[in-house]
Every structure is written in C-alpha cells, then in structure tokens.
Design a protein around this ligand. Structure first.
Ligand SMILES: Cc1cc2nc3c(=O)[nH]c(=O)nc-3n(C[C@H](O)[C@H](O)[C@H](O)COP(=O)(O)OP(=O)(O)OC[C@H]3O[C@@H](n4cnc5c(N)ncnc54)[C@H](O)[C@@H]3O)c2cc1C
Length: 333
C-alpha cells in the first residue's frame, strides 16, 4: 500500500483483538484517536473466543459471572461506539519504526501505518491446528477448511467434520439442516463438548464415527474422497466428501514478535509503568507484557489498555493531557 495522504495513517495501530486489544480500541476512541485492530483470527475475542467461549468467568469487575463469549460480545458493542477498522485473518509479521510517530506494520496481506503501535498479542497469534497429512496443504481452500464463515457455502454437500470439542459438535449440528450429509469424526471415543450438545448430536441425523483417524485425502481439482481408519482395529473406510472441516483446536506462538527488536523477556514484552516497550512509541497491554509482579488476567489487561492508550496519546501529541477525564462526564451514546 502506498501512503497517499495522512488519512491512511491511524493514530493507534492495535495488534491483537483479544480483550486487551478490544478495550484499548474503545479507549483510543474515547481519546478521539483513530484506530485499527489487526488479528490473525477470523473473529475478535482472543483466547476467550478461541479457547473457552462457553465457560463462565467470575473475576471481571462488575460481572458476578459472565461467559467468555458474552464478555467478547459486550466488548465489541462497547468498541463499536467509535469508528474502528478491524482487519481479521491477518497476521502481523513485522513492525518497523520509520521515524517518530510513523510505524510501518507489515502483515501477510498488506501494509498498515500507525502513529503509535499497541501490541496486545496475548500469547501470540492463534492459528488452527493443521491436519497433518502431506496432501492437506494442496486441498486447503479446495474442500479442506479450518473455519466456517458462511454455513450456506456447504448447502447440499457431503460434509465431514473432524474434532471432539464444542466447535466441532456445534458446527455438525448447525450444518445438519443445510448440508446433504454430515459426518463427525473424532480421534477418541469420548467427546470434550458440552454434554447437552453431545446429547443433541446423538439424536440428530449426523453420522458419528469415534476412535477414527483421517488417513488420506483424494480428488482431482478439489477434495472428493477421504479415507479414515479405526485406531482400534485399523479397518479403513472411504467416504465421499465434498468438504472437510477440521477443528483440532488452536496453536499459538509469539512468532515474529520476538524479532521486532523489542526487548523480550521469557516470551513476554518488557514494558515500563507507562506500558511502553523498549522502542519509544510502541506500547503493549495484556498477557503479552511483563514487569515485576505481572499477572496474566483479563482484569489486569483491562487496566493496562487505558494506561497504554493514554500514554500513546501523549506520545503522538506531547501537549495532550495524560488523563482522559471521567467517561461519566462524556456523552458517548
Ligand atoms: C481456558 C482458559 C480460561 C481462562 N479463564 C480466565 C478467567 O477466569 N479469568 C481471567 O482473568 N483470565 C482467564 N484466562 C486468561 C485470559 O483469557 C487471558 O488473560 C486473556 O485472554 C488475555 O487477553 P489479551 O487480549 O492480552 O490476549 P489474547 O486473548 O491472547 O488475545 C491476543 C490476540 O492477539 C492476536 N495476535 C497475536 N499475535 C498476532 C500477530 N502477530 N498478528 C495478528 N494477531 C496476533 C491473537 O490471535 C489473539 O487473538 C483464561 C485462559 C484460558 C485459556
């Protein structure tokens, strides 16, 4: 991307759309700053959305209990009070300080510019755990998928889903009325999914195959068939399969963040009391930060995000006040 005018630069470029990044984006809006969130996942919410959306969280101030999914949806409502650009399924590979108040952020899809950068990358970029077959890569996007963004895209198809967690079971149930057939294959004999969903699954028309492993994918232009084998007997079965959706969970790694020239200590970014990293103008918040006494909790990230944003505001404009004032004096809705 070529920068043609100053509008292409946002004030605060936020890497990571977990709770810390989402709250930072809201807070940037409160400080009348333009902002953009970039996240490698297809949805906002970080660990809460990827790992435990159905679980209750009990230690977020003001909520005696809230599911992780509900908290993410409330954070999204809050951040949408301001115009925010959200770039999903985009992994940040490089952050370069070109000059004071001008950072270039290179992703696997393009280039973004920010006057400051706030890294809220948690435990690193989440990516789906891949199907470990040599031919899997060649079928990616041609019958093999790791996310569902549009259920209707599977209408009338023979769909096979792999996995034993909530997402695999929920996707099977959601696709049952849409697809021609749905088969759920799980490596183990017991599902990790919520009991109620498993009960619904067993009553549905979904074909459930447990203790089965995927052995081979085949098809000319795109995926047409797959072979699965019983992990108990070794017996092989060939299934007709127009789409295979693999849900083996997620892996995360700090990955390229460790190579951006920022001081990193045991896999976390060292910050000062302003949440500034070793590179002036790059701030961090949430699980990714470290300092003496650091706790990796949502509540802590919610505190670090405003500290990072308010100090980033002063970095952009040294005349700006550090304190935002009280939101109760503002009219936001
Ligand atoms: C099962 C479980 C239960 C938990 N329960 C609680 C609880 O009860 N209470 C509590 O306080 N905490 C709990 N936690 C911890 C809590 O989820 C984390 O503290 C919180 O998610 C941290 O938020 P974050 O925004 O800093 O990072 P994350 O939630 O990890 O989000 C970071 C985001 O940044 C993205 N990202 C990283 N690097 C890149 C990159 N290079 N390019 C693009 N995107 C990138 C990632 O994809 C991710 O979406 C729990 C965690 C787990 C796993």
């Amino acid at each position: 991307m070529i920068i043609e005018n100053e509008q292409d630069i946002v004030d605060m470029l936020i890497i990571g759309g977990g709770p810390a990044g989402m709250f930072a984006a809201f807070y940037a809006g409160m400080r009348q700053s333009s902002m953009k969130i970039i996240d490698s996942m297809p949805q906002l919410g970080g660990q809460l959305a990827a790992l435990y959306p159905e679980k209750n969280i009990y230690d977020v101030a003001g909520f005696p209990a809230v599911t992780a999914g509900e908290l993410v949806s409330r954070l999204e409502q809050q951040l949408r009070l301001f115009p925010v650009q959200v770039h999903l399924e985009e992994k940040v590979q490089q952050v370069v300080k070109e000059e004071e108040r001008r950072f270039r952020v290179v992703t696997d899809k393009g280039v973004h510019y920010g006057r400051t950068v706030i890294i809220a990358g948690g435990v690193g970029a989440f990516e789906p755990r891949q199907l470990e077959l040599p031919e899997a890569r060649s079928y990616a996007g041609r019958g093999l998928y790791y996310f569902i963004s549009d259920l209707q895209a599977f209408a009338g198809q023979d769909v096979v889903i792999c996995g034993g967690g909530d997402s695999a079971v929920d996707w099977s149930l959601m696709l049952e009325p849409i697809a021609k057939s749905v088969t759920l294959i799980h490596r183990r004999d017991k599902f990790r999914a919520h009991e109620h969903s498993v009960e619904q699954l067993m009553r549905s028309s979904v074909t459930v195959m447990t203790s089965m492993e995927v052995k081979e994918l085949s098809g000319e232009e795109r995926l047409e068939q797959m072979t699965v084998a019983s992990s108990r007997t070794g017996e092989e079965i060939t299934l007709s399969c127009s789409s295979l959706i693999v849900n083996y969970g997620f892996v995360s790694s700090l990955g390229p963040i460790a190579e951006w020239g920022i001081e990193v200590q045991q896999g976390s970014i060292r910050v000062d009391s302003r949440m500034e990293t070793s590179i002036p103008g790059i701030f961090a918040a949430g699980d990714i930060t470290t300092y003496p006494g650091k706790l990796k909790l949502i509540a802590v990230g919610f505190g670090e995000a405003p500290t990072a944003v308010n100090n980033a505001k002063v970095y952009i404009d040294p005349q700006a006040r550090l304190s935002p004032g009280h939101s109760s004096h503002m009219k936001l809705k």
